[in-house]
Write a protein that binds this ligand. Structure first.
Ligand SMILES: C[S@@+](CC[C@H](N)C(=O)[O-])C[C@H]1O[C@@H](n2cnc3c(N)ncnc32)[C@H](O)[C@@H]1O
Length: 250
């Protein structure tokens, strides 16, 4: 037990060093430009970077307690970006789990990948990298953690769902864009591709808005969501994230 505690402490220290190096090497003004229009060089100011770290560590801590002990030890992050770097790295480096990661191509994904490759090579570690393929094209693999946070409310990929799920239709905050029926079909296909990787009992980390679309799709697969009462406010979108359990109906 003492040896395992020592190993864990060593892995935690190394993970801390990797995260610190990554935060030092990321091109924050370039990432800021991916998050807001106009002048973005100080979007990721010190306060916001600290929040990324704080919320990420809290989520990682709760995840460590929620993950099943005897599952396949593999997580799938869908639509993960800068806000998920900390939980992804804790899962890989401290909990020694495999991490699959899918997100859309673009400048943010390029910058995260560049920095992760650079830091991985300094530390001689294979750090998780976003998969260049679309999730729907990839054969499913058993995962005991599925993560989908603020993807189906993405104003770029799902503008009509964004308006609908945030109850913004007809308000000044609405995008007023997109075709709701087409987006619902595309969202269902994405959810099905995600759930095809579920190895129940597993953890399902998602927002309250996305739960509304996930529930009927899980039931169709003979799964139910056992909802956690605890919520985290996500670091950037400030959406409510729950770490729920996905279990077989039978
Ligand atoms: C609003 S951002 C949220 C980013 C991050 N999850 C967070 O909570 O800060 C939406 C994310 O969903 C991703 N996304 C949208 N559609 C996707 C798809 N079909 N496959 C993978 N990622 C997708 C985008 O690339 C983007 O990173």
């Amino acid at each position: 037990v003492a040896e395992e505690q020592q190993d864990h402490a060593q892995r935690t220290r190394r993970c801390g060093a990797v995260i610190a190096e990554l935060f030092a090497r990321l091109d924050w003004p370039a990432l800021g430009a991916a998050y807001c229009e106009g002048v973005a060089h100080d979007f990721f100011d010190e306060e916001r970077r600290e929040r990324l770290l704080e919320v990420g560590l809290q989520l990682a801590d709760d995840l460590a307690g929620a993950l099943p002990a005897d599952g396949p030890r593999r997580s799938l992050y869908l639509g993960a970006a800068v806000a998920e770097l900390v939980p992804i790295l804790v899962e890989r480096l401290v909990l020694e789990r495999e991490v699959l990661w899918f997100t859309l191509p673009g400048p943010e994904r390029d910058e995260l990948e560049r920095a992760l490759r650079a830091v991985g090579s300094s530390f001689e570690l294979d750090l998780p990298l976003p998969d260049p393929r679309a999730l729907v094209e990839v054969p499913p693999r058993p995962c005991d953690h599925l993560w989908m946070v603020s993807v189906l409310t993405d104003p770029d990929a799902f503008p009509a769902l964004h308006d609908e799920l945030y109850e913004r239709v007809g308000t000044p905050q609405a995008t007023g864009l997109g075709d709701l029926a087409e987006e619902r079909t595309r969202a269902s296909a994405l959810i099905d591709a995600l759930l095809a990787n579920a190895a129940p009992p597993c953890v399902l980390s998602t927002t309250d808005e996305e739960l509304i679309l996930l529930r009927p799709r899980t039931r169709q697969r003979g799964l139910i969501i056992s909802e956690s009462q605890v919520r985290h406010s996500s670091a950037l979108m400030e959406d409510a994230i729950g770490l729920h359990r996905l279990v077989s109906l039978a």
